[in-house]
Design a protein around this ligand. Structure first.
Ligand SMILES: C[S@@+](CC[C@H](N)C(=O)[O-])C[C@H]1O[C@@H](n2cnc3c(N)ncnc32)[C@H](O)[C@@H]1O
Length: 376
């Protein structure tokens, strides 16, 4: 069966996140800039065989939804795809959706990205989606995209444009090449092929630093390589970055098929992404239960009760340290086991409970929790 016949579980979650987060991001950053760029480095054909939306169709739907608000040219797409048939399908899709100004670039992302970046207005915000089957574009290229975000020079002024990256980071690419790195073959042809593969992974990860981690043989070496990679990218991009690292599986509670990494520089991005993750996760849960023929033995209402109680305990513990804190800086501590599942409304309920128990004196009415500082 072809990958693009119908989306599997992992794609349901990936697209659930993209279709929620892209409009949020574009509305937020575009309200100042007046225009937003969407760069899809591994676009695919746009639609699946069963008519479901792939990432380009989701971005087009976002552009349509925002057109009423800002004008048709508000979200402008650059779609890169290597496969000729998929490129044809993309062109048809753009024509059908009246998006003639969007550009399709046929060929390899690593060849197109530097040229596209060089031609784009550096003051226009960009959302880049990097969704390969295997290895992503080289580390330096991802860092170059992120460096568009420039620097904050104080007083809320930025030189550069708000830029964010959502990336599919696959374990299988690392496992495959890592296996070659420590392979014991001596055949010259094999050695040459191995060196080429290792060189490509070195470029994707930004150096040979991962060799030692791989050679350690540790059971968590691929996770360590991914975490190091994300940290190195953050540093190479040269400004304050936060990132999410979300495991995505084709099966309910199955092993991660890949990880989604989101890099953002803004607290609103952190808060908003977590909100989107939570709603996307609920759809994904329903999809997996249906697809795997399972009854959902824990209905939403029951889970919500547990989440609220859990968050309440977590916040109470944080308040006990007697230091004021912003929940957006402590998402994992605040949401705990409900991270990525619960969201703002559950936190609000937990805070109300703390308020009625006399543990929190602040009035939360009309306050956006993503901006709030909690004081004991
Ligand atoms: C995982 S799929 C993309 C799915 C798509 N982003 C979506 O969400 O609907 C990866 C795509 O990358 C394309 N591809 C593979 N190598 C590529 C490269 N070097 N540059 C650009 N596209 C490539 C493949 O043909 C495939 O369509």
């Amino acid at each position: 069966m072809s990958f693009f016949n119908e989306p599997q579980g992992a794609a349901i979650l990936k697209h659930g996140i993209l279709k929620r987060y892209l409009p949020l991001y574009a509305t937020k950053v575009g309200s100042v800039a007046g225009e937003v760029l969407y760069l899809d480095c591994y676009a695919g054909p746009g639609l699946y065989g069963d008519g479901s939306d792939g990432s380009p169709a989701l971005a087009l739907a976002t552009a349509d939804a925002l057109a009423g608000y800002r004008g048709k040219a508000f979200l402008h797409g650059h779609l890169i795809e290597k496969d000729r048939d998929s490129v044809e399908e993309l062109r048809e899709l753009l024509e059908d959706r009246g998006a003639a100004s969007w550009e399709v670039h046929h060929g390899r992302a690593e060849a197109h990205v530097p040229r596209i970046l060089a031609t784009l207005d550096p003051s226009v915000p960009m959302f880049a989606f990097i969704d390969p089957f295997g290895l992503p574009i080289p580390f330096e290229m991802v860092a170059q995209i992120m460096r568009r975000s420039g620097v904050w020079i104080g007083g809320g002024v930025r030189i550069g444009a708000a830029t964010e990256v959502l990336m599919n980071f696959s374990k299988s690419g690392i496992n495959r090449v890592g296996g070659q790195l420590t392979g014991a073959g001596t055949d010259p042809r094999w050695l040459r092929a191995r060196d080429t593969m290792v060189d490509r992974l070195d470029a994707a990860l930004g150096g040979q630093w991962w060799h030692d981690i791989w050679r350690s043989g540790d059971h968590d070496r691929v996770d360590r390589i991914r975490k190091d990679y994300a940290e190195r990218l953050r540093k190479a991009a040269g400004a304050h970055w936060a990132y999410f690292d979300i495991g995505v599986s084709d099966k309910w509670q199955g092993p991660a098929t890949y990880q989604l990494l989101l890099f953002t520089q803004h607290e609103d991005g952190v808060w908003g992404f977590h909100e989107c993750l939570s709603s996307a996760y609920e759809d994904y849960r329903a999809y997996c239960h249906h697809a795997e023929g399972m009854l959902d033995l824990e209905p939403l209402a029951e889970r919500e009760l547990k989440w609220v109680q859990h968050i309440e305990e977590n916040v109470e513990r944080l308040l006990a340290t007697e230091r004021p804190f912003k929940p957006v800086h402590y998402l994992e501590e605040v949401f705990g086991d409900a991270f990525g599942e619960a969201r703002e409304k559950h936190l609000r309920k937990a805070l109300k409970n703390l308020h009625s128990r006399g543990k929190l004196s602040m009035n939360l009415k009309g306050r956006r929790l993503g901006e709030l500082t909690l004081k004991p």
